[in-house]
Design a protein around this ligand. Structure first.
Ligand code: PLP
Length: 231
């Protein structure tokens, strides 16, 4: 069933990403799809890999661990895209290729210590709550540049870029400002730190084309690829 769903949906999604990338003066290869398989059975994750998707994501570390165990550690790159409690910092090691959601100095500190002890270097993104929504995690826009500094100073962490989530709204202008806002924070952080910060993780099923137009390098897609989550 998931194989047919993906056969139907993936080519159109890829085409829309390619067109949006072109509108931003980039090639289709400059945007990666992270298939967020949360809420779907393992068959969905396996079908995603079979369909040629190379990056899969989960929003809870417990489900990520289960998923990696059942689907395989090295059949794709694994992304942790949701909030991680500081006390669970250790749990991402060994199962995560990119953690999108470093949203506090406390979490960064725990992750850094765990990475140093494990002798690993964990690639991470710094999450910024650009729109300032109460319900969302992340550093405030004003803290963004300093947060990149602080996270990068943690020995075991490699800051690859930034992540945000846009408000759920029909107001396209507000969504676009959220994404362009993250891009501007990235530029400021680049100047301040000298880090390359190549990745901007932004865009979900309902706003990924706008995100790509504004410079996204990773769209995190669940529903657009796999349909509504069951249950
Ligand atoms: C669930 C989730 C997504 C994907 O959501 P869709 O709207 O189904 O594309 C992306 N990012 C995060 C952080 C999520 O939790």
């Amino acid at each position: 069933m998931y194989r047919e769903t993906l056969e139907q949906r993936l080519p159109a999604v890829r085409e829309r990403i390619a067109e949006a990338a072109r509108r931003s003066g980039r090639g289709p290869d400059e945007v990666r799809i992270v298939a967020v398989v949360k809420g779907h059975p393992h068959a969905a994750a396996e079908a995603a890999v079979e369909a040629g998707l190379k990056d899969l994501g989960e929003n809870r570390v417990e489900t990520l661990a289960e998923r990696v165990r059942s689907v395989g550690r090295h059949v794709c790159r694994w992304h942790m895209v949701g909030h991680l409690q500081s006390r669970k910092a250790r749990d991402v090691f060994g199962i995560t290729d990119l953690l999108h959601s470093v949203d506090s100095v406390r979490l960064a500190g725990r992750l850094g210590r765990a990475a140093t002890e494990a002798g690993e270097r964990l690639p991470v993104l710094v999450q910024v709550n650009v729109a300032g929504e109460e319900s969302k995690y992340g550093f405030s826009p004003g803290e963004g540049v300093e947060a990149v500094h602080q996270v990068a100073d943690e020995g075991g962490l490699q800051v690859r870029g930034l992540m945000t989530m846009a408000p759920l709204t029909d107001d396209e202008g507000e969504v676009r400002r959220t994404f362009s806002g993250l891009r501007e924070i990235r530029e400021a952080a680049r100047r301040a730190t000298g880090l390359e910060l190549p990745e901007l993780s932004m865009g979900m099923s309902n706003d990924y084309e706008i995100a790509v137009e504004e410079g996204s390098t990773m769209v995190r897609l669940g529903t657009a690829l796999l349909g509504e989550r069951p249950g």
